[in-house]
Every structure is written in structure tokens, then in C-alpha cells.
Design a protein around this ligand. Structure first.
Ligand code: UFG
Length: 324
């Protein structure tokens, strides 16, 4: 298949590109490089630089690339930033998704896989979270992704596209030449690895949650497992469509992640308790039965694999990506 990956220079998108090409698919990346890294895209993969809201440019990239399918990853994805700049998030994430849907339909690229998030659920009503549970986003980021899923549903119902949304829990780890390099970095695993490496403290945001050790529990799913779910979802279209949770089905506390960082690196972490971060629910764990049953997807990698792969990437790229 020939596939356009919007946001293919980003953390998860670049791993999807690597896994798609390894499986023999032809890929074109469309990215504005505002968050992604050109160096994360292999030299053999065409990189079209453009704004995802530019329907004409997305359509041209699809037509010129001869693409039959789209993996739409390009988005802003920081919860705290979305609270500070909601209009920007709605513009890039919702208008961007509308533009991609319109461009794909016009270009005859009839299969679309969309990057969604566990943030569509908000504070969950039960654990693990099932796709049928209430969706009540607690921040603008989650609202924009829910709106994106609704755009997909409308496109499906008018016969414009076959489409699937994948709701990521906590993406983690690294894969080959691709790793996590956000600016600023806000995610627990890269921050903890950096703190261990540099002998600096790591802040634990809240130790009084109603969880076994008092710290937040999350479902850390390896980025290569996430990428493989996109391939399964693409290859299952148009027969299987819908929304799927992508998580491991198990949760780990902040303290457990920090223990894994110490075990992998052999370094001691200085743990400092800090105030709770606004809007963090105590527990977010996926039920993943639906992705298993309908897409045949099962995560194969553990939290320790994710930490070890992230550590290996950080050691090879001590300053992150250096642009080509
Ligand atoms: N945490 C710390 N210290 C840090 C950083 C994080 O204690 O320095 C804690 C957080 O409070 C949270 C956990 O570690 O309890 C994980 O935090 P992350 O920032 O790594 O990830 P989040 O769970 O906040 O969010 C991630 C993505 C979101 C997505 C969400 C879906 O960043 O985009 O998963 O579950 F919406």
C-alpha cells in the first residue's frame, strides 16, 4: 500500500513510518516540522513540508505520492498547553483533521487511520476503560481528539472514507533510530532517564492518590506496539472500522516506573514529592480486548522493554535529534 503519514516526523509517527516501510509499504511523510524532526524520517522516505490544515497541499501530496491510505498523526498533543491555548488546539487538531478527511476523500485515498487518545475519556468511570465507556474529556486536547473521531464517523456514514481511530494510552520507549525528543519534555520516562543520567532529582507529582503506593497509575504501551496496531488497522480497512483502545491492560505507578528506570540504568534516582499536577486522574488503564478481537493486535513489549529501549536511544542521542 502507498500511505501518507501526516506527522510522520514525530515521536510515534516516525516509528509508524519505520514499521510500515519494514513491512513493504511505500510511505510519504507530511509534516510541518513544528514539533517533529526531519532527522527522524529516513532519507529514502519523501518528506513533504506543509500545514495539515491546508487541504490543497495535503491533497497534492496524496495525488503526487499515489497514496491509497492516510495515517493521520499530525496534531498538537500537550495537555497543559491545550489548556493554555485551546483555540490553537482546535485549529490544528480539528480543522486539520477536517482538511485531511476532505483531501483524502477528494484524492480517492479511501482508508484513514487516526491518532486519538485516552484523554477522550476524561476521568474514567471504571478500570480498565472500555471503548463503550463515557467519553467526557477533561481538557481541550481530549476535546479536539473526540471532535476528530466524530469527523471520522461522519465521513464514514456519508461513504467518503473507511476510517479507524486508535486511542493511545501512555506511549513509551523507542524503536531503532526513532526516539522521544519533545521540547519541552513533559513525559515521565524520558525525564526520569535524564534525571538518572545527570544525577538530578525527579519530581513525583502527588503521592496521596487513592492507589496502592499513592502515585498515579498509567498504562505504558511501547511505541513499536502502537505502530504495529496502525498497520493492523490499515490492513483491516475497510472490513473493520471503529475506535480502539491501545494499551497493555496493566497499570504501573510512577514509583514503579522510577524503579524500572533504576533497574535498567543501574543508577539511583533522587525522588522528590511535588504537588499533584492539575487534571491528572489517579488511574488510566486500557481494556484492550476489542483491538485483540477485531484487529488481532496484542502488545508484545513490557514496561522494562520500553525503559530499556528509551535508555538505549538516549545514550545514542544524548542531545536528541541533531537535524540533517
Ligand atoms: N509525572 C511525574 N513526574 C514528572 C512527569 C510525570 O510524576 O516529571 C507523572 C504524571 O503526574 C502522571 C505520570 O507521571 O501521573 C505520567 O505522566 P506523563 O506526562 O508521562 O503522561 P500523561 O499520563 O500525563 O499523558 C500521556 C500523554 C497525553 C495523553 C495521555 C493519555 O502525554 O497526551 O497520556 O493517557 F493524553
Amino acid at each position: 500500500m502507498r500511505v501518507l503519514v501526516t506527522g510522520g516526523a514525530g515521536y510515534i509517527g516516525s516509528v509508524i513510518v519505520a514499521r510500515l516501510t519494514a513491512r513493504g509499504h511505500d510511505v510519504v511523510v507530511y509534516d510541518d516540522l513544528s514539533r517533529g524532526h526531519a532527522a527522524a524520517v529516513p532519507a529514502s522516505v519523501p518528506l513533504v513540508r506543509g500545514d495539515v490544515r491546508d487541504t490543497t497541499a495535503v491533497r497534492a501530496a496524496l495525488v503526487e505520492g499515489g497514496c491509497e491510505a492516510v495515517v493521520h498523526m499530525a496534531a498538537l498533543a500537550e495537555v497543559a498547553e491545550s489548556v493554555a491555548e485551546p483555540d490553537r488546539y482546535f485549529s490544528v487538531n480539528v480543522d486539520g483533521t477536517a482538511a485531511v478527511v476532505e483531501a483524502a476523500a477528494a484524492a480517492g485515498a479511501g482508508r484513514l487511520v487516526f491518532s486519538s487518545t485516552a484523554a477522550v475519556y476524561g476521568a474514567p468511570e471504571r478500570t480498565p476503560i472500555d471503548e463503550r465507556d463515557t467519553m467526557a474529556p477533561a481538557n481541550p486536547y481530549g476535546e479536539t481528539k473526540l471532535a476528530g473521531e466524530r469527523l471520522l464517523r461522519q465521513a464514514r456514514s456519508r461513504g467518503a472514507l473507511a476510517a479507524t481511530a486508535l486511542r493511545y494510552f501512555n506511549a513509551s520507549g523507542a524503536h531503532g533510530a526513532c526516539g522521544e525528543d519533545h521540547d519541552p519534555e513533559t513525559h515521565l520516562i524520558p525525564l526520569a532517564l535524564r534525571a538518572a543520567r545527570d544525577g538530578l532529582p525527579i519530581r513525583v507529582f502527588g503521592d496521596d492518590y487513592p492507589t496502592p503506593d499513592g502515585t498515579c497509575v498509567r498504562d505504558y504501551v511501547h511505541v513499536a506496539d502502537l505502530a504495529d496496531a496502525h498497520i493492523a488497522a490499515l490492513e483491516a480497512l475497510p472490513g473493520v472500522q471503529g475506535s480502539f483502545n491501545l494499551g497493555t491492560g496493566t497499570g504501573d505507578s510512577v514509583q514503579a516506573v522510577l524503579d524500572a528506570v533504576e533497574a535498567v540504568t543501574g543508577l539511583r534516582l533522587l525522588r522528590e514529592t511535588a504537588a499533584r499536577r492539575a487534571g491528572d486522574p489517579p488511574v488510566l488503564v486500557a481494556s484492550n480486548w476489542r483491538a485483540a478481537a477485531e484487529l488481532g493486535w496484542r502488545p508484545r513489549r513490557s514496561l522494562t522493554d520500553a525503559v530499556a529501549d528509551a535508555w538505549a536511544w538516549m545514550r545514542e542521542h544524548p542531545d536528541g535529534y541533531t537535524e540533517r
